[in-house]
Design a protein around this ligand. Structure first.
Ligand code: ATP
Ligand code: MG
Ligand code: MG
Length: 554
């Protein structure tokens, strides 16, 4: 392991700890809103929040930021927990919900009203927005800004009792309508939502806004470093203002920001991902084309490959777009070391070895993983009739075609050298069978086994192979940055070729006898594949995780 220098967040945390801030304590949190499944962008935040706590001997809370009942659900809570664990992190007994703080937040809001720092505004959202002004022009104070305290208390309580319709009024902090920071211009603290909450039911009708809830939740939990993405940088003065209402000199949480992860050829907004799921443009949150953690898992990604990827891209203060090729590189690198090599013929054509005995079977020794001696060997049955890839044969090839063609020798992987003698074609010219002769002296351990031939092909036995379904995936979108397209809705930019299903692939016995859903393999010469949960005992289904080489790189 190369020793990496600290990133800027780690360096700042190290300095805070060295200075003895907050009693030398480190406590981070990962705060997902349970309104969707986690995606690879969240993995970047998880690796930071949990990773930095591990690195400096601190703790990390898992806090569900469940302050908007309309979009939230326990289905999401459960999936988020599963995905964090799968990535290899654990919150132990530090599981929290922002909704648990509703009573405390309420009390604080009441206190701010009583201190003249908050008021109920009966204007519509449009009116409030209009009065906000512009960054260079001060805003206009609401006509309700100086409402008497008793009236504010009364209205706030009635807001929560359900006496008013949604949108009828909001609670705003009274800060500064002329602040150069727009977020400080009397931000909204509470709005009315008449929708049951997945944990608190119908107890509340007034719900806190993110800015009010987040820093206070950090404070209530003893969080010392509240790490989030760059778009919250402009919220930081407001975060601090709210924290000031609670904190003293012995402890205060600090917000820090890093660049979010954006990946090419995909979208990373939960709203858009939800749309893809709801409109059935993908098969579900775990569709192997999705950038979700469960999608990547089903696709065959390992936790290690995702963590290595995140480690490589690092944390900075600049937003950018990361090439998905980098993510694919990480999984290739991992599976190259760990995945057993097997034979699967994706697009089969029959090869008949005319000089090989009819009923003979030889069990050839196939090395499981040349990168890992301890992986051992398995046996693959060799018979007179085999399947090879249709693409591996050409009757009239161009120069430098080192695969199967009449008159040329090739090696059949782990078996013999064969020489092609011809083929049989159907009426439409399609190749139906290919013929060859083998040289018995070229098997491994025999005198001619070292003979030089340029091509090596993979194969399976006709009799001893089984049919399998193989799903080939490509990028979900046709354009590098679908979120940036102005002219078209992102759904019009989906890649129509992102899924191809091959129904009659042939796989060797080692695969169909052993492979369980989730298992990962390298199919010789074609790519890395994993067994899908849709598999049946008599017909396995494989997802292509990634091809062996990057076909998009020129
Ligand atoms: P989305 O924008 O997709 O709805 P979100 O930010 O609303 O995501 P949250 O559940 O609030 O989703 O996110 C939890 C944490 O993950 C936050 O700290 C957020 O900053 C971080 N996060 C979300 N998306 C990314 C990303 N693309 N890269 C890095 N961190 C992210
Ligand atoms: Mg959020
Ligand atoms: Mg968001």
């Amino acid at each position: 392991e190369e020793k990496k220098s600290l990133n800027f967040i780690e360096a700042a945390i190290e300095a805070d700890l060295a200075a003895g801030k907050n009693g030398g304590r480190l406590n981070t949190r990962f705060p997902p809103e349970p309104n969707g499944y986690l995606h690879i962008g969240h993995a970047k935040a998880i690796c930071m929040d949990f990773g930095v706590a591990e690195k400096f001997g601190g703790t990390c809370n898992l806090r569900f930021d469940d302050t908007n009942p309309v979009k939230e659900d326990v289905e999401y809570v459960d999936s988020i927990k599963e995905d964090i664990h799968w990535l290899g992190f654990d919150w132990g007994d530090r599981l929290y919900y922002a909704s648990d703080y509703f009573p405390k937040l309420w009390d604080l809001a009441l206190r701010l009203i009583k201190e003249g720092k908050a008021y109920v505004d009966e204007q519509s959202a449009e009116e409030i927005a209009k009065q906000k002004g512009t960054p260079t022009q001060p805003g206009t104070p609401s006509p309700y800004r100086n409402r008497p305290i008793e009236e504010n208390i009364d209205l706030f309580e009635r807001m929560n009792r359900g006496e008013f319709e949604e949108g009828a009024m909001v609670l705003r902090a009274k800060i500064d309508m002329a602040s150069p920071n727009m977020h400080m211009r009397d931000p909204i603290m509470y709005r009315i939502i008449k929708h049951p909450h997945h944990r608190t039911g119908n107890t509340w009708n007034a719900y806190p806004m993110y800015d009010f809830a987040h820093g206070q939740s950090d404070y209530f939990e003893g969080v010392t470093h509240s790490i989030c993405t760059l778009e919250f940088e402009v919220h930081r003065p407001l975060y601090d203002w709210f924290v000031d209402q609670l904190a003293d000199e012995t402890y205060r949480p600090r917000q820090m920001e890093f660049n979010r992860l954006n990946l090419t050829y995909t979208v990373m907004s939960k709203r858009k991902l939800l749309q893809l799921v709801q409109e059935k443009l993908v098969s579900g949150w775990d569709d192997p084309r999705m950038p979700t953690i469960c999608g990547l898992r089903r696709r065959g990604y390992t936790p290690r490959s995702i963590r290595n990827f995140i480690d490589r891209i690092g944390y900075t203060k600049y937003d950018g777009l990361i090439s998905v090729s980098l993510l694919e590189h990480s999984i290739r690198e991992d599976l190259n070391k760990t995945a057993n090599r097997v034979s699967a013929v994706l697009n089969p054509v029959k090869l008949i070895i005319t000089n090989y005995p009819e009923n003979q079977v030889e069990y050839m020794k196939a090395e499981n993983n040349p990168e890992d001696e301890s992986a051992g060997f398995h046996e693959i049955p060799f018979t007179r009739e085999l399947y090879i890839e249709r693409d591996d044969f050409m009757e009239n090839p161009p120069k430098k075609f080192f695969r199967m063609t009449p008159g040329q020798e090739v090696r059949l992987k782990s078996a013999y050298i064969v020489k092609c003698t011809g083929c049989k074609k159907g009426e439409n010219g399609e190749i139906e069978e290919i013929y060859c002769e083998y040289d018995p002296l070229t098997k491994s351990g025999m005198p001619e086994s070292g003979r030089k031939v340029k091509g090596t092909l993979h194969w399976v036995s006709v009799e001893y192979s089984k049919s399998a379904e193989i799903r080939l995936y490509d990028r979900l979108f046709c354009v590098e940055n679908p979120s940036e397209e102005k002219e078209k809705d992102f759904r019009e930019l989906l890649n129509p070729e992102s899924l191809k299903i091959l129904n009659n692939c042939r796989i060797e016995p080692y695969l169909f006898e052993n492979a369980k859903p989730g298992d990962r393999f390298q199919f010789q010469r074609t790519g890395y594949f994993c067994v899908d949960k849709d598999s049946k005992p008599d017909k396995l289904v494989f997802n292509r995780t990634v091809s062996l080489k990057d076909s998009w790189e020129k």
